[in-house]
Design a protein around this ligand. Sequence first.
Ligand SMILES: Nc1ncnc2c1ncn2[C@@H]1O[C@H](COP(=O)(O)OP(=O)(O)OP(=O)(O)O)[C@@H](O)[C@H]1O
Ligand SMILES: O=P(O)(O)OC[C@@]1(O)O[C@H](CO)[C@@H](O)[C@@H]1O
Length: 319
Amino acid sequence: MILTVTPNPSLDRTYEVPGLRRGALLRAEGDRVEPGGKGVNVSRAVAATGGRTTAVMPLGGAEGALLARLLDEQGIEVAGVPLAGSTRVNITLVEPDGTLTKVNAAGPALTAAEAAALLLAVRSRAANADWIACCGSLPRGPGPEWYAELVARTHRAGARIALDTSGEALTAALAWRPEVVKPNAEELAEAVGRSLATVGDAVKAAEELRARGAGTVLASLGADGQLLVSDGGTYWGHAPVATVRSNVGAGDASLAGFLAAGGHGPAALAAAVAHGAAAVGLPGSAMPGTADLDPASVVTTADIPVDRPLADPRTGGPS
Ligand SMILES: Nc1ncnc2c1ncn2[C@@H]1O[C@H](COP(=O)(O)OP(=O)(O)OP(=O)(O)O)[C@@H](O)[C@H]1O
Ligand SMILES: O=P(O)(O)OC[C@@]1(O)O[C@H](CO)[C@@H](O)[C@@H]1O
C-alpha cells in the first residue's frame, strides 16, 4: 500500500482560454476541476493502475469537501484532517497552442494543533505502508522542518519514505535520510545552488543530494527524461511523446509508477518514465491508467548522455 501525504492539497481548476491578454476579460472555452496537490496526484496515479493507496491531507471549507468527494468518486481512500481554514484552489490557464500558465495559491495556514494532527494521521498508518510519499509544498504555519519531523518519526515505525518537495523543506528533511527523493530539474538546481546545463550536471547534482542524505534520487528532467541515481548505479530513461498536452502532475505520475514498481532499479525507472510520458499526453492533471501506458516505448540505459543539453525548465511549462 502506498500512503501519500499532501500537507497543502488543492482543487486544480483548468481553464482553456483563447489567449492571455493582460488587463482583459478572458472567457474560458472549456474548464475542468480535478483533485490536486502532489501527493494527491500520486494516489490518483496509483489508483488509476489498480494499486492500493490512502491519501492523508488536511481538508477545510467547501473546497475541502469537494476535494474529498472527487477523490471518493475515484475510489481513493482519504484520511482527512479537519482544518479551520479552506483548502486552496490552484488555477491553470491553457492557451490554444498548449502553453500553460499556473497560479498556485499559498493555501490556508495550519495551526500547531492541525499540523500535529496531520503528523499523527500519517504515523498511525505508517506500519501498513510499503511507501510513504510525502509530496508538495508545505503550508504556512508548521515551518520548514515539518517534513524532517515526519521522516524522523515514520522511520522509527519502519516506513520507507519518498520525498518530493523543494527549498528549505527538502534541505531539512535530507538529514533524516529519506529512501527516495524526486526533484525536477529546477528543484535539483535550486538544491545544489547552481544551474544545470546538461544531463551530466544533473547526475552530479543528484550525487550531491545523495551525499547529503538522499538514498536514491529519481530526477525528472521534463522532455529530457528521468535519471535514477542510487547505490545500484546510475541510469537514464526516456520515451517519445507524440503530443504534449499538459505536464501538470507528470512528475507525480512518474513517482507513483516508480514506487508501485518497487522503488529501485532500472525496471522501476522504466515504469516511472512510462507514467510520465503517458501523463503528459493527457489533459489537465489526468493520471494514466494501464491502457494509457506504453512500456515498450521506454528506453533505459546506464550509458548516460552526459553532454545532452537540458531544456530550460522555465520553457517546459509549470508544474
Ligand atoms: N515535454 C515532454 N516530452 C516528453 N516527456 C515529458 C515531457 N515533459 C515531461 N515528460 C515526462 O514526464 C516526466 C515528469 O515531468 P517533469 O520533469 O516536468 O515533472 P515535474 O516538474 O516533477 O511535474 P509535476 O511537479 O507537475 O508533477 C519527465 O521526466 C518525462 O518522463
Ligand atoms: O504548490 P505545490 O504544492 O508545490 O504544487 C501543487 C501543484 O502544482 O502540484 C500538482 C502538480 O504536481 C498540482 O496538482 C498542484 O496544483
